[in-house]
Design a protein around this ligand. Structure first.
Ligand code: NDP
Length: 329
């Protein structure tokens, strides 16, 4: 083991190219922590926002981005039990994964079926737990019900389609290109629609039996949020998960009254502290992944030195599935 390693470092917030490849000390696991040789980092829209300083929480610099990853446990800090050196794990830390090694609290480790590759394991936690909470915990979706999935070919979108179909729900998928819609159809989406289709509001309402959609996973925000209100069925549930447009949305609560709509926010980070909800999601997801009913969708894969390009490709809407960075190459 050498003393230094390659890592991406952010010293000032801004566009993706503020990230720099540096040599930094290999971190040492403290009590309760493990050091992991990082195989694959799943890049989320949240990582892009964090580097830009536009995330829900303040980004403190300097820092190494990367909140979701998978790798092989390489050494254990004092007092760690239940984890073996050599085991493949996925992990959710706040940051620090865009590096050859990363240290996380053992409590943040997520056991993954050993059938998953490192890249598949890194594509799993954020998107699938979020999709589960959107569809079930907060969305209260039931078999046979329609759900609208936006940005359907993205990391969360592909997870949401797969999971909704595994739960016997019916999916309307929206995305910006025909190629993306074809990915959604391959995953089982029942109806697909271009995001810029001029008649999209009416078409979505018609697709869901003319009454509108009972459940919407809203990730675009801005003026699209208003459209979600128009697409929703009476008593519809709109789960606000993201704001990829980075535009502000207007909500006049009185508009919700007319059709008894509800709008619920979802942030995975804070939901993780709900032990019962997390345990339920973990149990169902590991069963579905283990049986092959859902498979994390690995998207384009980049070397560590190309991290800025990976982030920029997400911003430019060029990617599908989960963008992966492999720090060992
Ligand atoms: P994706 O892989 O889905 O990439 C983002 C996608 O957003 C793009 O591919 C694009 O799809 C769509 N998009 C729509 N409008 C824009 C825009 N103006 N600029 C860029 N992209 C746009 O990313 P993630 O799966 O990581 O995240 C998807 C959304 O879910 C994000 O808003 C993210 O913040 C949110 N999220 C929230 C979580 C939470 O805990 N609340 C957890 C996980 C994700 P298209 O071209 O088809 O429109």
């Amino acid at each position: 083991m050498t003393d230094t390693m390659k890592a991406m470092v952010v010293e000032r917030l801004g566009p993706p190219d503020v990230m720099e490849l540096r040599d930094v000390p290999v971190p040492t696991p403290g009590p309760g922590e493990v050091r992991i040789e990082v195989e694959a980092v799943g890049i989320n829209f949240a990582d892009v926002l964090a580097v830009a300083g536009e995330y829900l929480t303040r980004t403190k610099v300097p820092y190494t981005p990367g909140m979701e990853f998978a790798g092989i446990v390489e050494s254990l800090g004092d007092g760690v039990t239940g984890v073996q050196v050599g085991q493949r794990v996925a992990a959710l830390g706040g940051s620090g994964a865009l590096a050859r090694y990363s240290v996380v609290n053992a409590a943040g480790l997520i056991p993954v079926p050993q059938s998953l590759s490192g890249a598949q394991a890194a594509a799993f936690p954020v998107s699938y737990f979020t999709a589960y909470h959107g569809l079930k915990t907060l969305g209260r979706g039931v078999a046979g019900e329609w759900v609208l999935v936006q940005a359907a070919a993205g990391a969360l979108g592909t997870a949401s389609i797969q999971l909704a179909k595994a739960l016997d729900m019916k999916v309307i998928a929206m995305a910006s290109t025909e190629e993306k819609l074809s990915i959604a159809r391959d995953l089982g989406a029942d109806v697909t629609l271009l995001q810029d289709d001029e008649e999209r509001v009416q078409k979505v309402r018609d697709a869901a039996g003319g009454q509108g959609v009972p459940l919407i996973l809203e990730v675009v925000g801005g003026k699209r949020f208003q459209e979600s209100l128009d697409m929703a069925a009476g008593q519809g549930r709109i789960i606000v998960i993201g704001n990829a447009s980075r535009e502000q949305a207007n909500l006049r609560p009185v508009e919700l009254m007319k059709r008894n709509l509800s709008v619920t926010g979802l942030w995975l980070t804070s939901l993780m502290s709900d032990r019962a909800a997390t345990a339920e999601a973990a149990q169902i997801l590991s069963q579905l992944v283990g049986s092959g009913q859902v498979t994390p969708q690995v998207g384009p894969t980049y070397a560590l030195a190309d991290s800025a390009r990976a982030f920029q490709d997400i911003l430019n809407r060029k990617t599908t599935g989960k963008v992966i960075i492999e720090p060992q190459r």
